[in-house]
Design a protein around this ligand. Sequence first.
Ligand SMILES: *Cc1c(COP(=O)(O)O)cnc(C)c1O
Length: 673
Amino acid sequence: MGGESTQAQAASEKLVNNGTKLKPNRAEVMDSSNGVKLTIGETATTWTIEKSEELYRIQGWGEPYFSINAAGHVTVSPQGDRGGSLDLFELVNALKKRNLGLPLLIRFSDILEDRIERLNAAFSRAIARYSYAGTYKGVFPVKCNQQRHLVEDLVRFGKPHQFGLEAGSKPELMIALATLNTPGALLICNGYKDREYIETAILAQRLGQTPIIVLEQLEEVALVIEAGRKLGIQPILGVRAKLSTKGMGRWGTSAGDRAKFGLTIPEMIQAVERLQAAQMLSSLQLLHFHIGSQISSIAVVKDAIREASQIYVELARLGADMKYLDVGGGLGVDYDGSKTNFYASKNYNMQNYANDIVAEIKEACTERSIPVPTLVSESGRAIASHQSVLVFDVLSTSDVPASPPEPLKEREHLIIRNLYETWEAIALENYQEAYHDAVQFKEEAISLFNFGYLSLTERARVERLYWSCCHKILAIARQQEYVPDDLEDLEKIMASIYYVNLSVFQSAPDSWAIDQLFPIMPIHRLDEEPTQRGTLADLTCDSDGKIDQFIDLRDVKSVLELHPLKSAEPYYLGMFLSGAYQEIMGNLHNLFGDTNAIHIQLTPKGYQIEHVVKGDTMHEVLGYVQYDSEDLIESIRRQTEQALLDKRITLEESQLLLQNYERCLSSYTYLSA
Ligand SMILES: *Cc1c(COP(=O)(O)O)cnc(C)c1O
């Protein structure tokens, strides 16, 4: 392992970013999928749920929590392999009966618990395997999901493992201090710090907490020395190293990473000297690094831990009372289930991760006869992603017309005859050429129209013929093992648009902001063939409010296989693994506000709804931008009175208008089905 250089990976990532179809370095694939090719166009009777599993890759990203049952519905096993399961489609229907409308964010507390268990078990196994003399005490970075119920659950589930919290800002420190009540658990204090932050953190020792203030900037050294003296409490300190190993995660360079933080090696030496001069070097007990989130390559993890291990032993040799090594975040989530070092995946599992950390630091310490540290990780994404599922419904679709063209009439324009003949002749031998012809004829036709040589009716005929050609060509292309590059856009051009009851900015800001890929799939009808190909468009009028990148085994795909809508039947889609970062990055874009959120826990008798967090009402959302409902209603009332006087409206109409207006203000901002 680790045979690839980080430059090579950087280069291939760049290609992906530039839109070139390339999933970097397939040599690092852990195990290969069976590579069954789906032949689209089979009849519905031959479709099976196994085909849906394969198509949506649910085993790749969903195990052990998500699968498909015999009814063709997505099922959730919140306790992983250890417990029962529930039918997500039935659950959504039951919630709708309780007047909890879509979109719905469903959080499975048991999944959260299972993730914590797994992470701790992985480190326990690694510690046993390498006869490591230290322990593991993880912390959860609050910034990853700050929702109160979630943080409270986390602290509760983490108790047996002395699982702590990490705060990256003053507000997060406020949350962590009030919530963490586990004796012996760590409270890691990162981020920008002022005097108030530092004093509060130091004083927390008096409450029985174990706060560790991580120095991220040289100026903070003077602040902690001063605060420690003033309070007469010896602070516990850590230092964050700026490693030369660069995180290769998508987030390492693009957004959110605190690469600006940390001390360079010369600065670290200065910090040690200053602490020594203040006779506080024994306060320095922790080394921290964070090279970015979603590290997709184990080689990068190894490089970072190797470098950090050496810094750790050197700090101990300089006289610091080293006790903890905090490896930060970065533990990845396999969003596309490909098990590769593609940015939406990772080529290692939790156990590989824990093994490498334990083995590296043990080796470095043994070599220098230094006691091994307590290991800390700040894994956010790996803990919080799986527990939440966003379920939303499709409101309508818009398709490219698919009917075959009307037969050629006598004396139609030459360009129409050309297009018609192109359509007739499309076959396996010439479909690629036919596509280029069709495009060219269509472009010529538009020129002719612009110069006045083609009527509007004729132009309409041309466009319909062009679509017919595209349909026929696409049908052939889909049957092929290999689709020529120049035809790849065709799938996108011909895709249906599925209008979904969602604000992408509100519920999946990452998907919009930095092309984060989440698995999205229907949660029912999975025993039926999804014959349509679509992209998703949201409720906002913003042209960016769309999702047109979907997970795929190789790279990403621009359309998702979906079912045609049935009249009077809802169609529900689920967005999975979206529990980290998504829920907090959203703002009030387009005034849709928060979605309804519920917490589900499994009991021996079935599931139990623990918390319901109602989404924003119109009234609340408008309040955020300083509109007062009373004033708004008053304005409408005045306008209706005037209209009544002018006899522009009837009394009944005015009452209906006012009633609707008032009802809207107190209702959910999303559309009700
Ligand atoms: C964001 C962040 C984390 C969490 O990273 P994940 O990749 O989500 O585990 C941990 N530590 C620090 C300092 C961070 O900024």
